[in-house]
Design a protein around this ligand. Structure first.
Ligand SMILES: Nc1ncnc2c1ncn2[C@@H]1O[C@H](COP(=O)(O)OP(=O)(O)O)[C@@H](O)[C@H]1O
Ligand SMILES: [Mg+2]
Length: 258
């Protein structure tokens, strides 16, 4: 058996006296999408920050069986760990393609952003592929200022996938997308798993998460309160009480979206 793409074992993050994440363990097997849901302030982003190395934590993080707990964010990225951010930062004076290309360039002390475009042919193909993978290939030459909020989000997601990562943490990728864009993104993410890419998917759109994920982890106050396949979580009373609430429950059977 191959090691899971990502393992976060007994992760605890403290901010001052507050435990934002408390003893959370989760696994992302190769080619699977694991959903992470929970109310605002539950610790979802903090867990991603710990996994990607942006905040110190107790516990252990493994990428494809390798312990990366002591590694800095860029070293984890080089081992195939990608992420998106809740707020997308694009360089407004670079084109969409250049914004994505920036993420592919191997960082070296002497490489400036301009120099990353010296080997354009190979990069152009990879950037095009990344944009296509989230359905915005036609925006290759567009400037960020011409994009809708949803399209800006999709560029951020393409950037995360451009370096052919092994596993990507997606922090609320559907926020700012309309219903059609969200539905299409779900299908595109499923498509990316067939190439072996794995994902940890955070979002408040429960229909989107349940439709896209193989397994869902629910957190509240920094701890895991439930986990299981979407149809089980959908029927879990504790989850419904703690998080979903009657108004948030999608009327459609999430299993029907797959
Ligand atoms: N940099 C920080 N410093 C102090 N507290 C923080 C920081 N970031 C997040 N928190 C706190 O940690 C908890 C979890 O936040 P967060 O991970 O952003 O939750 P979520 O992403 O689930 O909405 C919250 O109580 C939040 O206020
Ligand atoms: Mg968050």
């Amino acid at each position: 058996m191959t090691a899971p793409a990502l393992v976060a074992r007994e992760i605890t993050v403290r901010y001052g006296g507050v435990r934002a994440v408390s003893n959370v363990t989760l696994e992302v097997p190769e080619g699977k999408i694991i959903g992470l849901i929970g109310p605002n302030g539950a610790g979802k982003t903090t867990l991603v920050d710990a996994i990607t190395g942006f905040v110190p934590c107790d516990g252990r993080v493994e990428i494809a069986g390798e312990d990366v707990t002591r590694l800095k964010p860029h070293a984890r990225a080089r081992r195939g760990l990608g992420r998106t951010w809740q707020a997308v930062e694009l360089f407004d004076d670079l084109s969409v393609a250049e914004n994505v290309a920036v993420a592919i360039g191997t960082p070296s002390p002497w490489a400036t952003i301009k120099e990353l475009f010296v080997k354009p042919t190979l990069e152009k193909a990879r950037v095009g592929e990344a944009l296509d993978s989230v359905g915005i290939g036609h925006l290759f030459d567009a400037m960020p200022t011409e994009l809708s909020e949803g399209q800006r989000k999709l560029v951020g997601i393409a950037r995360a996938f451009a370096g052919s990562p092994r596993v990507v943490c997606l922090d609320e990728p559907a926020a700012g997308l309309d219903t059609t864009e969200t539905h299409e993104l779900g299908m595109q993410l499923r498509g990316l798993t067939s190439g072996g890419t794995s994902m940890l998917l955070i979002d408040h759109d429960i229909g989107f998460v349940f439709g896209a994920c193989d397994h869902v982890v629910v957190v509240e106050f920094g701890t895991v309160i439930a986990e299981g396949p979407p149809h089980e979580i959908y029927a879990n009373e504790r989850v419904i009480e703690a998080y979903l609430g009657s108004s948030a429950i999608p009327t459609e059977d999430p299993g029907a979206r797959r």
